[in-house]
Ligand binder design. Sequence first.
Ligand code: ADP
Ligand code: MG
Length: 156
Amino acid sequence: AAMRHLPYFCRGEVVKGFGKGCKELGIPTANFSKQVVESFPSNTSTGIYYGWACVRNGDVHKMVLSIKWNPVYKNIKKSVETHIIHTFKADFYGEILSIVILGYIRSEKNFSSLEALFSAVQEDIEEAKRHLDLPEHLKLKEDNFFHLPESKRANH
Ligand code: ADP
Ligand code: MG
């Protein structure tokens, strides 16, 4: 298994990424702060994962998550970025993003073109959607982690 402890619950602030996000491609990724990234087990494999995500206390949506080596830190630290499969009316920098990671799709890859990257991401999204419709994964959408009032939320 790519991550030993799935499901993996995590919550933290959405920060600015390196600006080279994929928003132009229609696949924005909400980047977690350095503190959140550092709270991940250090042996967490890079690659693409799927799970559920919720901004502040909003609805819970399907997501694909990418964990990769971060060039900003000379590839000695990782970045953790969530693409939520939902169209939002506005950006949500500074908001608290809650996620649960449920499974692994593939390892990190380099693509020769934006088109190749884009079509791989589309396939990742389709695969994530299929997995998340399974009863064992659907039940996590209703987990208390996403639905407790702010004051009762433990900081995982
Ligand atoms: P950055 O490099 O700052 O992360 P991105 O191009 O990756 O920029 O865009 C990410 C930002 O887009 C998020 O921080 C969030 O505020 C916004 N956003 C809007 N819709 C989504 C979505 N469906 N999934 C993730 N982020 C989204
Ligand atoms: Mg991003």
